[in-house]
Design a protein around this ligand. Sequence first.
Ligand code: SF4
Length: 325
Amino acid sequence: MFSTKLLRWFGQAKRDLPWRKEPRVPYRVWVSEVMLQQTRVDVVIPYYRRFLRRFPSLKSLAAAPLDDVLALWSGLGYYTRARNLWKAARACQGALPRTAAALRELPGFGPYTAAAVASLAFGEDVPLVDGNVARVLARVFRLEGDAREESWTVAATLLPKGRAGAFNEALMELGATVCTPRAPRCGECPVSRECQGRSAPERYPQPRKRPERPLLEWTALALQRRDGAVLLSRRPEDALFAGLWDLPATEIKLPGVRQHGELADCGVVEQTLTHREVRVSIQRGRGSGTPRSKTLRWVLPLHLGALGLSSLARKSLRRAGIAGA
Ligand code: SF4
């Protein structure tokens, strides 16, 4: 039977990952699931360890300033995840709710994260579907079209009662390690006999139509003081990379700060995000003065590591020749 074979395989083949230590701590399961969204396991591991060292409990995360959380998240991308993690920690007052339905009430808990925490940490019998699970199920059952919706229904019918956590994790693991997007290793697959798509796995899942990504073009200003400090600006709450620090860009208004002499053109940096592409033209120059806005500050290069900066901001700073980014 599908679930029995899968669970037996998982018992032997599962990877030893830091968030899989038994007994499962709900807070740790949650942090790992949030970090793993759209991010590879090997990238997440050092971030996860650092994060848990600094915020070992839900309480410590709830008590921390958002800036500290963003600084630790710096470079991991998709910063809304960090902001929602922090907001949810403050909202749930010391303990995570134990069911997917109650978790969905918290900021940042979509169907996947709620089901992951409820099943892996609290043993609730709920299915879950992420990209890996959708791919495995689309292949095993030859699901046509965009298989995501249908995968939730199929996953629910396969769920072994009382073992949802292990089953969900096993399906994700199979997708991550055996039934991979390219060149699935069907010869080593524990459910190859049950798999209807085995003869042509590359046909599944069928590609979704992706909306075109709009291109955003910014101009950023890298102003440096005599002591080497660079002027950074906090991105507005309703903007891309909200709340992170970056070079002041596009509509450049710098109350209280003076720019001296000519600006030098440092070229362009580019970043492709899920929903858009960003091109930033960097200008570099000298500056001085005391910023008259809380969203502006001079930062010495050696302090850049302690700030929440997007990878795009780091690229921009490097392009402007500012060391420490
Ligand atoms: S047999 Fe191949 S295509 Fe089918 S689930 Fe296993 S690895 Fe994926």
